[in-house]
Design a protein around this ligand. Structure first.
Ligand code: NAG
Ligand code: NAG
Ligand code: NAG
Ligand code: NAG
Length: 434
């Protein structure tokens, strides 16, 4: 016991850097290269129906789910001694959660390393008491909390639209993460959902856990903001390259060097009072080969009263989803600019424009103009995706979830900076060589 307390004291009060630099976490692509494009579309659609259930007040669901496709994973160390976990990086949810097992011994036999957190193996693990203010940050069953009982953990339960569910204890523990200079940094009292029961459904089947990066109070950047600064950034790099370059997530204020700041374009991050988790940007115009498309500007508008409309920037969706009138206009104009001999009429279901990629085609240049004048000009590889050998399809979809999404394919190769204090999103094409 004394040894345990000494160790605990050492871990919690061991002086780390007097001036902590920022955290740098490498990301690994979790996608299945053998997935067909139609499967990617199905999984994105499941995710969006799940996300859209959170743009209504009646469904206070705040936990991101995995769809198993197009996800970036972060290696995360939780507990004392640290246990390694792989979590999905998700700007579309707030809660940090991981599979948990009450197992005491012979655990690695049942739980492959990196997949399950074992709270009984961590001396710093503790569930929140159901009476604690933290417990009110998370939707929990309405049964009354007996606050005179010493052991009455904060339970939570989520049911998803696709009949998956997860339940467990809302808890806290120490996370140990590495800074850019390689120093381990301890993050005490990190709140997370310890999920003991996960009933598998399509949305959760492959998830080991989620690192919620959303705007709400229980997300990871919200917890680290007071120590590291209220800012994070990431670079999602092209995972089809071989060997794949290492994508990364930076947490903290020094994560953008002053030299990069001058190269960043900024656009305001808007918030939706109906779904405070999401990061919204506002598209003002779309250009194809430098010509503005005739799209009614109203289709891009986020209505703060109903919570409908707008465009979120999401790390967990692969394709990009645009309001149907904008989508139709982009597809028809792009089809006019591509000579028929390049087109393939029988592409995968759900994709309206596919081309024969074995022939040299200069793809039309798609550009998004954003609020404040920033210009997002992705390379064609960010909006055309390989569907089969020699077949490449436009990686856009009409949005029927009530809001648009800039997915992770569209974000590849850019440094994105989520400047939460200033409510603005910065991005740069040459910021990934940090
Ligand atoms: C672990 O558990 C499995 C099944 O319960 C058993 O077959 C195995 O021998 C155990 N291993 C150890 C080292 O106890
Ligand atoms: C609350 O818990 C205490 C201690 O376990 C018990 O004596 C008491 O009856 C409980 N109160 C209610 C309302 O269940
Ligand atoms: C900023 O942009 C300029 C011009 O595009 C480029 O020459 C320079 O290398 C960039 N700086 C950094 C730090 O990437
Ligand atoms: C693409 O073009 C090449 C060369 O013309 C042709 O051999 C091939 O069959 C075409 N692929 C498809 C899927 O149509």
């Amino acid at each position: 016991m004394i040894q345990t307390l000494t160790l605990l004291f050492f871990i919690l009060f061991h002086p780390t850097h007097s001036k902590p630099d920022y955290l740098k976490l490498n990301l690994r692509y979790n996608g299945n290269h053998h997935h067909s494009l139609s499967q990617t579309l199905t999984q994105d659609s499941i995710r969006l129906s799940f996300l859209s259930s959170r743009t209504t007040l009646s469904a206070p669901i705040i936990s991101g789910a995995s769809t198993g496709s197009g996800q970036y994973l972060v290696e995360f160390h939780l507990g004392t001694p640290p246990q390694r976990l792989h979590l999905i990086v998700d700007t579309g949810s707030d809660l940090i959660w991981t599979r948990c097992s009450p197992c005491r011994s012979n655990c690695s036999f049942h739980h492959p390393p990196g997949t399950t957190f074992l709270p009984r193996h961590s001396i710093t693990f503790s569930p929140f008491h159901c009476y604690s203010p933290s417990c009110h940050l998370i939707p929990h069953p309405s049964h009354s909390c007996n606050h005179t009982r010493l052991h009455s953990p904060c339970r939570y339960h989520y049911a998803y639209a696709d009949s998956s569910s997860t339940s467990g204890f809302f808890s806290h523990d120490v996370a140990t993460l590495h800074t850019l200079s390689g120093h381990p940094t301890h993050i005490p009292n990190l709140p997370f959902g310890c999920a003991f029961n996960i009933s598998p459904g399509p949305a959760l089947s492959s998830a080991h856990g989620v690192l919620g990066l959303g705007r709400g109070p229980i997300s990871f950047p919200s917890h680290t903001s007071s120590n590291l600064g209220n800012l994070f950034s990431y670079c999602l790099l092209d995972y089809t390259l071989s060997p794949p370059p290492t994508s990364f997530l930076l947490i903290g204020h020094h994560s953008i060097k002053p030299s990069f700041t001058s190269n960043l374009s900024f656009t305001p991050l808007l918030s939706n009072p109906v779904s405070p988790t999401f990061y919204y940007i506002h598209i003002t115009a779309v250009y194809l080969n430098n010509i503005p498309l005739p799209i009614d500007p109203d289709v891009w508008v986020l209505d703060p009263n109903t919570g409908n409309g707008g465009t979120i920037i999401d790390s967990g969706t692969t394709l990009s989803f645009l309001p149907t009138p904008a989508y139709d206009q982009i597809v028809s104009t792009m089809a006019l600019k591509i000579p028929d001999r390049f087109k393939i009429s029988h592409g995968p279901p759900g994709f309206d424009l596919c081309v024969n990629s074995t022939k040299p085609l200069r793809k039309p240049k798609l550009v998004f103009k954003l609020l404040g004048g920033a210009v997002l000009a992705p390379p064609p590889g960010n909006y055309f995706i390989e569907a089969a050998d020699g077949v490449t399809c436009l990686a856009l979809q009409p949005a029927d979830a009530g809001f648009g999404v800039i997915g992770n394919l569209m974000q590849q190769g850019f440094l994105f900076v989520f400047d939460r204090d200033a409510s603005r999103l910065g991005f740069s094409r040459n910021g990934c060589a940090v």
